[in-house]
Design a protein around this ligand. Structure first.
Ligand SMILES: *[C@@H]1O[C@H](CO)[C@@H](O)[C@H](O)[C@H]1NC(C)=O
Length: 112
């Protein structure tokens, strides 16, 4: 009885610990790698990256077009889709600051 419980506890620990340990690391890795996946060559700045990523998420929520999220992020937020999202989300007032953000993480002047 006692050894069975011990076995179950051990099994749980063996299953749960790797999950708990790997989850947050995996999460940041995904975010990190998506920075490279979308061909950003500038400086990785978490707050800038998430701000721009958020724009694409909001844009996706607005149109519900599954491809839009990746099109918006494509080439490090420098496509026409990203520009279109800024217009659609009425972020034209913030366009200048957003441009400097894209420039920072893209490593070059965006074609906006
Ligand atoms: C990231 O960018 C923000 C906004 O431009 C800036 O305030 C912050 O200092 C930057 N962080 C790093 C680590 O460069």
């Amino acid at each position: 009885m006692c050894s069975k419980n011990l076995f179950i506890s051990l099994a749980l620990i063996l299953v749960l610990v790797p999950m708990i340990v790997s989850f947050p690391r995996h999460h940041t890795l995904t975010k990190r790698s998506s920075f490279f996946d979308i061909e950003c060559k500038g400086v990785f700045n978490k707050s800038i990256f998430f701000r721009l990523d958020r724009i694409c998420e909001d844009c996706y929520s607005l149109f519900r077009e599954p491809q839009l999220h990746s099109l918006c992020k494509k080439r490090c937020f420098t496509t026409e889709y990203f520009k279109g999202c800024l217009d659609a989300l009425q972020l034209t007032d913030e366009q200048e600051i957003i441009k400097t953000y894209v420039k920072a993480i893209n490593g070059a002047e965006p074609i906006l």
